[in-house]
Ligand binder design. Structure first.
Ligand code: DPP
Ligand code: ZN
Length: 876
């Protein structure tokens, strides 16, 4: 299939202003009658063909203005319906399609999850329900009538407000009519029908309107919705207070289903969620799960303004809604929790997911220019880098002008499907700033590298910072232009305080932000009393790699003194990273090596920094991941050497701090009821970090302590942390722990996902056979995306030594699985396939093995478009 290109965008020839759907739900055979009010767009010639999208559809009836249509007047295939010469005047087109939701294993369009009927229409799922102009710039008002067996589906939901319900006498069936007054693109359409429990609440908006809130879940799971409901109400309030955005329907419904490709979906007034982002109690959810639920509930709710009221003109603009909405949910979580800890977590995610994407064959600009399959562009680049771009805009303009620009955007584009250009224009106007160069962030792929050199002149009392920027070469991107890079900074004096300076030459500096916007720039600070340590990229103010050659004394100083908590954390990480890269090189070459005393010392001192909160200390005590180290090394990567090096450093730190650890481990959760709040979670995180070191400290009671944490845990966070140590460090009673966990959680699918994941990510040669055995476990379900991700995706992305085994068996297992899953669910398969994206960075033997696994996938002739696109780009 030919590529779709941004430059080829054409507005639609026709508009569809109203859609009336009548959906008669029945197992195996559902009938959809769609009545569309169609008219020509200004400028469209009378009689121009009307071409509607379809996907695996069968047309069972067609009428034009209420009259049956002659067969010669239209042509229908599974993926297309064309009216060769439609009327010149507005007309009504009625289409009947027949679907089998039970046979829909792609989980796009209308499908069943357990017994519940539900839909997923983003990006192009609506065309699997009826023929339509399935593109985001066609906005219509929807009225949806649902009809189903009253016994099987007592709950009938669609977008908007409920306007009518009734029984269909004598049939055991009933119906409900929902009307959504807000024009929306088809990807925001949703319906749900099933036998679900309702958890009700209410919210009063800023203008005093009462909104009914409901979360629908399987019966028996009502008690697991408290946190999600609380998160929803806090999100609604926060969006009013921080961005002035009020909710706009009488009801807001959330439905949790267990089979879902995505995390969640922001359908107007009817969000549908992967149940993993709704259900929580202390027994089955970790602190991380609580934080994720809070963030995803907020994210989908925030889409109501950024995505739904103002949507995307075309799918190239996906970051318009996603980058902005991720930025908004990050801000929400920061306000709910600790801003510094949230920032560190977000940057860890960006560096571990987005940076490798941007450095490999799947690199693409935040706004891509071309795609074969849009489902493959729900990426870390569009989402996380997209959010960073919005954050930079805020940093450059300042909070007030940023807010003014956003207000203008809401005001000017409400009800529209729009573009990045229109978005940026609002900020240009509101702040009188030219953002043309800034817009390169949307156009250029790759992570810029910012290199820094400094020189202090004691005679002139001047401090010169020489900066340069460059994007490393990327396939398909010939050259790059300098970007606008906001660098938050401080000049730290010997007392640890930021120094005052005189005038600055060579760059725009506003407050503590310096703007790098040329390939090279020499920035001179005058009246600098003594040589400072330059703390640059504070708060990670731009998504760049910083190449700043600091001596370890300077890093140690920064780690102890920087007043920016992010850069303190970063200094500790940089020290550890430098040592891990050095050690991994020695291990790879078969040489002896020991971890640096300085680095061990820094980690040892973090524990006692009681003025830092526990969550921050837990983050600082977390070594860079094996994947982070691999990325830093960049080429000829040997995952075994990295694993060994990381364990060496972990053991050395453990040996040094063993005697201080126990109080931290036993102190937390000493009695009291479980609270998921940030402070309590921080205490647990620090205790787990300490246990992680204690387990390998050589202390005589290490095994007993880990086991007793596991056995006596009264919440999932503690239990899973201990289980992970038992299994990943292959401690005695590993098997006993796994069996006990299974026994306890066998009825909780979400808890069992963690059981699969813990085993799939265990280092050691035996893991591969274990993963294979688990694929035939009675609890495994190849049709459930969460289960597939918990076993196979976590093996491929979270077990670098076993995925990249020297016998090629790790790659082979994933390749075979991709081929198998692709027949059933292309989106899940192609996502799994992206785990090969850094294959070229591996050492020659491993990359040859990865290539042959990829070639085997590529040789398969009937690959889905999703997987074909990923495998072709990965091999290119
Ligand atoms: N539902 C996905 C999200 O919210 C795609 N829009 O990001
Ligand atoms: Zn989103």
């Amino acid at each position: 299939a030919p590529a779709i290109r941004l430059e080829d965008y054409q507005p639609p020839l026709y508009r569809i202003d109203k859609v009336a759907l009548n959906v008669e739900l029945a197992p195996g055979a559902t009938r959809v009658t769609a009545t569309l009010e169609v008219s020509r767009q200004p400028g469209t010639e009378a009689g121009a063909p009307l071409v509607l999208d379809g996907d695996e559809l069968s047309l069972a009836g067609i009428k034009l203005n209420g009259e049956a249509l002659a067969e010669t007047a239209y042509a229908a295939t599974a993926d297309r319906l064309e009216l060769a010469s439609p009327p010149a005047d507005p007309f009504e087109l009625t289409l009947v399609t027949e679907l089998d939701p039970d046979a829909n294993t792609k989980l796009m369009g209308l499908f069943r999850s357990s017994a519940t009927y539900c839909t997923q229409c983003e990006a192009e799922g609506f065309r699997r329900i009826t023929y339509f102009l399935d593109r985001p710039d066609v906005l219509a008002v929807y009225t949806t009538r649902l009809e189903a067996s009253k016994k099987d589906c007592p709950v009938l939901l669609a977008n908007g407000n409920l306007t009518e319900t009734g029984d269909i006498d004598g049939t055991g069936r009933h119906y409900a009519v929902w009307h959504d007054p807000h024009p929306k693109p088809a990807y925001l359409f949703a319906l749900v029908a099933g036998d679900l429990a309702e958890v009700p609440d209410t919210f009063t908006t800023m203008s005093g309107k009462e909104v009914a809130l409901n979360i629908y879940v399987e019966h028996g799971k009502e008690s697991l919705c408290d946190w999600a409901m609380d998160s929803l109400k806090r999100s609604m309030r926060w969006d009013e207070e921080v961005f002035g955005r009020e909710y706009d329907l009488d009801v807001f419904n959330i439905v949790a289903v267990s089979d879902f490709n995505m995390g969640a979906m922001e359908n107007k007034g009817l969000n549908i969620f992967n149940d993993k982002y709704v259900l929580a109690d202390p027994e089955t959810a970790t602190d991380q799960d609580y934080a994720n639920i809070e963030a995803v509930i907020a994210h989908e709710y925030f889409h109501n303004w950024t995505g739904n009221r103002i949507t995307c003109r075309d799918w190239f603009q996906l970051c318009l809604k996603e980058g902005l909405t991720v930025f908004r949910d990050q801000e929400f979580s920061s306000d709910m929790r600790s801003r510094a800890v949230k920032r560190i977590a977000d940057v860890r995610l960006l560096k571990s997911h987005q940076f490798p994407e941007d450095a490999g064959p799947l690199a693409h600009p935040v706004r891509p220019r071309t795609y074969h399959e849009i489902n493959n562009f729900y990426t870390a680049t569009v989402y996380e880098k997209g959010a960073e771009v919005v954050r930079m805009l805020q940093t450059l303009l300042g909070e007030q002008k940023f807010r003014a620009g956003l207000d203008l955007y809401f005001d000017r584009h409400d009800g529209e499907a729009t573009t990045i250009e229109a978005f940026l224009s609002c900020f240009e106007e509101a702040s009188s700033t030219d953002l043309e160069q800034f817009s390169l962030w949307y156009e250029q792929a790759g992570t810029p590298v910012v290199s820094v050199e400094t020189e202090y002149d004691p005679d002139r009392k001047s401090f010169t910072v020489s900066l340069s920027q460059e994007i490393p070469p990327i396939a398909g991107q010939k050259s790059s232009k300098p970007a606008v890079i906001p660098l938050r900074f401080g000049l730290i004096g010997s007392n640890g305080e930021d120094m005052e300076t005189g005038s600055v030459e060579g760059a725009n500096v506003a407050g503590d932000v310096l703007v790098l916007d040329k390939a090279h720039q020499d920035v001179v600070f005058h009246n600098v009393a003594a040589a400072p340590v330059l703390s640059l990229l504070r708060g990670f103010s731009a998504p760049v790699r910083l190449n700043q050659p600091l001596h370890s004394e300077e890093l140690l100083f920064q780690a102890a003194q920087d007043r920016d908590p992010f850069n303190r954390w970063q200094a500790v990480q940089t020290l550890a990273m430098q040592d891990l890269v050095r050690l991994a090189g020695l291990v790879r070459d078969g040489s002896e090596g020991t971890p640096s005393e300085d680095v061990i010392g820094v980690f040892a001192s973090v524990l006692g920094e009681t003025q830092l909160d526990e969550a921050l200390r837990a983050q600082a005590l977390t070594l860079p991941s094996e994947a982070d180290v691999a990325q830093e090394i960049g080429k000829d990567v040997n995952p075994d050497a990295i694993h060994t090096a990381r364990q060496m450093l972990r053991r050395a730190v453990a040996a040094r701090i063993a005697s201080s650890l126990v109080p931290f481990i036993t102190d937390q959760s000493a009695g009291g009821t479980f609270s998921p709040d940030a402070q309590a979670a921080g205490k647990r995180a620090l205790a787990h970090r300490c246990l992680h070191y204690y387990a390998v400290s050589g202390a005589a009671d290490a095994t007993d302590l880990v086991w007793s944490r596991f056995a006596s845990a009264d919440n999932m966070t503690d239990r899973l942390a201990a289980l992970t140590l038992l299994v990943h460090d292959h401690m005695p009673r590993e098997e006993e722990a796994l069996a006990a966990y299974r026994e306890r959680h066998t009825d909780s699918s979400l808890a069992m996902d963690k059981w699969f994941m813990t085993q799939a990510t265990a280092p050691g040669n035996e893991t591969l056979d274990r993963v294979k055995a688990l694929m035939s476990d009675p609890s495994y379900d190849a049709g459930n995306p969460n289960r597939v991700r918990s076993l196979l995706q976590s093996f491929a992305t979270g077990n670098p030594t076993q995925f990249a085994r020297m016998d090629g068996a790790g790659f082979e297992l994933i390749a075979e699985s991709v081929l198998e899953i692709d027949k059933r669910n292309p989106q899940v398969a192609s996502r799994l396939l992206t785990s090969f994206r850094s294959w070229r960075a591996l050492d020659p033997q491993r990359s040859a093995l990865a290539e042959s696994a990829l070639l085997r996938i590529s040789a398969c002739e009937n690959l889905s478009r999703d997987s074909r696109d990923i495998v072709d780009r990965t091999l290119q």
